[in-house]
Design a protein around this ligand. Structure first.
Ligand code: C5P
Length: 272
């Protein structure tokens, strides 16, 4: 697969700049794209953006905005002006909110003179079929007719696809989803609508086609708090534009070797 290093985003989930800098040093020259999430941004604010920019790397500012349209518009505009490459909002904030996010992003992009992708979060990869049912009051009988737990064709898949459609209607550039929904989202919304896939684990486990992490865990895969997980190559074979990897690299005893193992998995098993 060509240029895949530009499509692997490392999550710097730390509460201080020293730890983030340490990881940037360890992965220098190999990692090209980083994610700043709620933990790093609320701890270190825009200093975290500057730090990564000083290493010449791209930035996904993952603050998952969800508020009234005017607030999200202003927040995305301010975030964009920091010089980041991707910003996200929750699709469940609705079309008007997402349109406002896009407007704020475009204005920031004009001001700083570079493209900013505005991406919608669909269904978080730590949520299972049962979790989504509990949150949205789905009844078990109605929503699980085929006996599967997750994946397109039932609750998680349908909800992720629906939210991705709202994102597309709103003019957003793509969606965060698990690899179990990515193919269907691309099929329905077109290849130009980007998918970003977190919940990446290196071990080739007994991944079920329904994306139920219980099966992955049973196969010996360390899933932590994630539920809908898959390997880097599986995610790219599910048409991901980007994958996000956190603990698999950053919590490893040898992060650079772990990152190389990620690249190796992609080179060996991902198609074009
Ligand atoms: O690879 P790991 O499980 O450590 O990944 C965690 C990262 O993925 C976190 O930074 C988390 O915020 C992010 N994530 C995400 N979107 C999701 C689920 C997780 O960006 N839907």
């Amino acid at each position: 697969m060509k240029n895949f290093k530009e499509r692997v985003i490392i999550a710097l989930d730390y509460n201080n700049l020293d730890s983030a800098k340490d990881m940037l040093e360890r992965l220098k020259g190999e990692a090209l794209f980083y994610k700043i999430g709620l933990e790093l941004f609320t701890s270190c604010c825009d200093k975290s953006v500057k730090l990564i920019r000083d290493y010449g790397c791209k930035i996904f500012l993952d603050l998952k905005f969800h508020d009234i349209p005017n607030t999200v518009y202003n927040a995305v505009k301010s975030a964009g002006e920091l010089g980041v490459d991707i910003i996200n909002v929750h699709a469940s904030g609705g079309v008007e909110m997402m349109k406002s996010a896009k407007k704020g992003g475009m204005e920031a992009a004009d001001k700083i003179g570079k493209n900013i992708d505005i991406i919608a979060v669909t269904v978080l990869t730590n949520l299972s079929e049962g979790d989504v049912r509990d949150i949205f009051y789905y009844s078990k009988e109605k929503t699980n007719p085929d006996g599967l737990n997750g994946g397109c064709g039932n609750i998680v898949g349908n909800l992720a696809l629906h939210l991705a459609k709202l994102a597309k209607i709103s003019g957003l550039d793509g969606a965060v989803c698990s690899g179990y929904e990515s193919v269907e989202i691309k099929k329905v919304l077109g290849d130009g609508f980007k998918t970003i896939i977190p919940g990446i684990r290196l071990k080739r486990g007994n991944y079920a086609k329904d994306g139920n992490a219980g099966n992955a865990a049973a196969g010996g895969v360390r899933v932590d708090d994630q539920k809908r997980v898959m390997t880097p190559s599986m995610a790219f074979n599910s048409q991901a534009d980007y994958i996000i990897i956190g603990r698999e690299v950053t919590a490893s005893n040898n992060p650079i070797e772990a990152l190389k193992a990620v690249y190796n998995d992609i080179e060996r098993f991902a198609g074009n």
